[in-house]
Design a protein around this ligand. Structure first.
Ligand code: HEM
Length: 441
């Protein structure tokens, strides 16, 4: 049994021992789910926040501490499920925006610690303060990552919250890329939440509570759930095209690399220690892809399907040699294959930290793309592409601009929504997410 399996088993035992979160959460004399985790799992609770913290965020630990220099869910070892939601603010008042962020911060910290979003309450005449579907579950490494969209700073020319002068230059309006078919109802948003956990009900619960806590100030604009077979964190998970995805991601164990690629470093910038998140639900024409011959699929990606090795190599982590030629003198990794176009060597060294999930929304009868091979119904499924970087202009935009024009994979994929969000630094206990933006103004 692997170390990760041991951890999971221990986690399951802790879960069964801890009982359900209930009135004990509020009664200091009773053993509660929260206090149990604060003690029994306390030693395992990690601060996946801060340089090198990702290395500490070993798989299958139960709780990832919410407070810290950086927000969780960025350099945290990836969890198996995500629920990403974007919100539009319905309030025009800056004070209400601050109150919302304070509320979200407090609730997020509680839930990351295995508590209900707010104290449950036991008045039969009142609505329960938390919907309750996570009662009795350990936090399963829940992280909540908050981001601010460009429209928070200015919307239709209006500076609703007096934040326009503080909009970072890096928080650009993403350009329209070749082939984009963004659906307005799946695109944009003033605020974004990425909830990740090793249990889907926990991730969904968290977003649902945050949404209901702020019904009066914000409404959900779009949401997308995702999944990822992380197994023991040793093997690279496969995407819905059946290929290993993440092989050449920057390693989370390298703090200096993350400082260079992921975290905003400028002193005095309210975004210092934050990061920029690009989210793009990318629909994959699975029915079309599944009809392609194996050899062609491998040419499209630039890697072997089974092993994940670069074409012509044997092992997944063999170097990606872009200069190698085959017996006929043709490049072994085709010129318009995905990995060649995505490689740092082809993009002046540009790199991002990818943290995507597969998604499946069932069948769709109204395909957004133009598929001559359309059968009348198709899976609405694909990749919920998520990446983090210190500057999207030199990260995602730099890489994707060329890719969107030349990648062979484009025959099979369509970007249908998403956006760019500035994820501020983490909060110190007692503070709130976005404090450096809202109180520094
Ligand atoms: C449905 C869409 C996509 C699929 C199925 C997909 C799949 C893959 C696969 C299988 C690999 C090879 C294994 C690896 O190194 O991770 C890869 C690599 C990569 N992909 Fe994608 N990808 C998609 C979209 C994108 C987009 C939109 C970007 C934009 C930045 C991107 C950036 C990269 C990068 C940077 C690499 C690593 C290249 C390297 O370092 O050599 N991918 N992708």
């Amino acid at each position: 049994m692997s170390g990760a399996d041991d951890e999971r088993q221990a986690s399951d035992q802790r879960q069964s021992m801890s009982g359900s979160g209930d009135a004990a959460d509020e009664d200091p004399t009773m053993p509660s789910r929260r206090r149990f985790f604060a003690t029994a799992a306390g030693a395992a609770a990690v601060t996946a926040l801060g340089p090198g913290a990702a290395a500490l965020a070993a798989p299958a630990r139960d709780a990832v501490t919410f407070w810290g220099r950086n927000q969780g869910g960025i350099a945290t070892a990836q969890q198996s499920y995500a629920y990403v939601a974007a919100f539009d603010l319905t309030t025009a008042k800056r004070d209400e925006l601050i109150a919302l962020l304070r509320t979200w911060t407090a609730a997020a910290a509680r839930m990351a610690d295995g508590q209900t979003a707010v104290a449950l309450g036991d008045d039969p005449a009142a609505e329960p303060h938390d919907s309750g579907e996570a009662l009795g579950l350990p936090p399963r490494r829940l992280t909540l990552t908050f981001g601010f969209g460009p429209s928070l700073f200015r919307q239709d020319g209006v500076d609703r919250y007096g934040l326009a002068p503080r909009r970072p230059e890096a928080l650009i309006d993403l350009p329209r890329f070749n082939g984009d078919q963004l659906v307005p109802e799946r695109t944009g948003g003033d605020l974004c939440i990425q909830a990740c956990a090793d249990e889907p009900q926990i991730a969904f619960h968290a977003v649902r509570q945050l949404a209901r806590l702020t019904y009066s100030a914000a409404k959900m604009r779009w949401a997308q759930a995702g999944f990822l077979p992380i197994n023991n964190q040793q093997e690279t998970p496969r995407n819905l095209m059946g290929f290993k995805d993440g092989t050449l991601n920057p390693p989370l164990s390298s703090a200096p690399l993350l400082e260079r690629l992921v975290w905003v470093g400028e002193e005095g910038d309210w975004m210092q220690h934050g990061s920029y998140m690009v989210v793009r639900p990318i629909r994959i024409a699975l029915e079309h892809w599944d009809r392609m011959k194996l050899g062609f699929q491998e040419q499209v990606v630039g890697r072997h399907k089974r092993s994940g090795a670069p074409l012509g190599s044997r092992h997944e982590h063999d170097p990606l040699d872009l200069d190698a030629s085959d017996a006929d003198g043709n490049p072994r990794i085709p010129e318009n294959s995905h990995v060649r176009l995505a490689a740092p060597a082809a993009n002046d060294g540009a790199q991002v930290l990818r943290r995507g999930y597969s998604y499946d929304n069932g069948l769709s009868f109204t395909a957004e793309r133009w598929p001559p091979w359309r059968q009348g119904m198709e899976f609405d499924a694909g990749l919920l592409f998520i990446c983090f970087q210190r500057d999207p202009r030199t990260g995602f935009v730099k890489i994707f601009d060329k890719m969107s024009k030349f990648d062979m994979m484009n025959q099979f994929v369509t970007h249908v929504g998403g956006g760019l969000f500035a994820c501020p630094p983490g909060a110190a206990s007692g503070g709130f997410i976005g404090q450096s933006l809202l109180e520094g103004a």
